[in-house]
Write a protein that binds this ligand. Structure first.
Ligand code: PBG
Length: 332
């Protein structure tokens, strides 16, 4: 019926051959779109596989530069670092975050020494890998995460990472006012060119479990993070969060998790026309791996299709544990 009435309208025409599909492709995924999160642990010559993140390991500082070089050779432009702080160095005030020789700072220095400007280093700012209670900030007697007192510590943590050579400071804590306070502190300390990527719309998500295993905070965490991370029901509020972080001086913003929040990525891109990144988080990675292991889909295709989805939604890039694998596929 349709073809009889509109014989010239055939959207399948441009799909009929490979060259034509390539020519009409609207979005492109390249290794330059990928940011690779890496977990750092104490010791020498240590690779510790993370059970809930099959294929992902924690690396000791002496092995981390080799990982960075591998990523650099594949065209991945940036790494994101997370420390698994030894239990005895975790405290209620997260003071280890301010130690110039903590795991994070040693890893930054090792990578910058090995790779220089060849690859960027993004560092997570939040206290959860350093606190004995697993919350991202300082808590009061009732367990409430204090905003302004936490921001003060986050400023110190940011300056500590900046001094060690971080290229992008990425606050993931969701305290109010931290972007502006950190920006001013960086300017004051002579770090005008260090970027800030704000975890602007970060949701209180069930998809962070394997990450908490990786940084060793899962068993420590008391309660949840709903008084600071966003309600998954909210979209308008995400736009307010982004507006605030941009007004305070963020160079780019992030939406996290990724796949369940592609609508937020698109809304942020359309409204603000700024670089927006998405974090395909640990639970999403585990879900894809589990699906592939169960035979529900072909792994390489699942990986590339989900990553391309972020580009289509308007993301400038994606933080993903599949970065190395995806870059190999894309270069292949
Ligand atoms: C900590 C932080 C989290 C992630 C990145 N930074 C966990 C959390 O907020 O509990 C999650 C990343 C992932 O699940 O891959 N502030």
């Amino acid at each position: 019926m349709t073809q009889a009435m509109f014989p010239a309208l055939r959207l399948r025409r441009t799909r009929a051959s490979g060259w034509s599909r390539a020519m009409h492709r609207e979005n492109l995924l390249t290794p330059a779109d990928l940011i690779w999160p890496l977990f750092v642990t104490e010791g020498a010559g240590v690779e510790e596989p993370i059970a809930s993140l099959p294929g992902v390991s924690r690396w000791s500082v002496d092995l981390i530069a080799a990982r960075a070089k591998e990523a650099m050779a594949l065209g991945i432009p940036c790494l994101a670092l997370f420390p698994n702080t030894p239990r005895e160095l975790r405290s209620d005030d997260g003071a280890e975050a301010l130690n110039p020789d903590n795991l994070m700072c040693r890893a930054i220095r090792a990578i910058k020494q090995a790779c220089g400007e060849g690859i960027g280093v993004l560092t997570d700012v939040a206290l959860d890998p350093y606190t004995a209670h697993g919350q991202d900030g300082l808590v009061d007697g009732a367990g409430y995460v204090l905003n302004d007192a936490t921001v003060e510590v986050l400023v110190g943590q940011s300056l500590n990472q900046a001094a060690a050579g971080a290229d992008i400071i990425a606050p993931s804590d969701m305290m109010d006012g931290r972007i502006g306070t950190i920006r001013m502190a960086l300017e004051g300390a002579g770090h005008a060119n260090i970027q800030i990527m704000a975890y602007a719309a970060k949701y209180a998500s069930a998809f962070y479990g394997p990450f908490r295993d990786a940084v060793g905070s899962r068993g420590l965490l008391k309660g949840d993070k709903k008084t600071y991370q966003m309600d998954p029901a909210n979209a308008e509020e995400a736009l307010r969060e982004v507006a605030m972080d941009l007004a305070e001086g963020a160079d780019s913003v992030m939406v996290k998790p990724g796949l369940p929040y592609l609508d937020i990525v698109r809304a942020v891109k359309d409204r603000f026309a700024v670089p927006v990144f998405a974090y395909q988080v640990s639970g999403e990675y585990a879900m894809i791996e589990a699906a592939a292991a169960a035979g529900a889909g072909e792994r390489d295709s699942l990986v590339l299709e989900t990553l391309l989805g972020f580009k289509r939604a308007g993301a400038s890039g994606v933080l993903t544990y599949h970065a190395l694998h995806a870059a190999r596929l894309l270069n292949g």
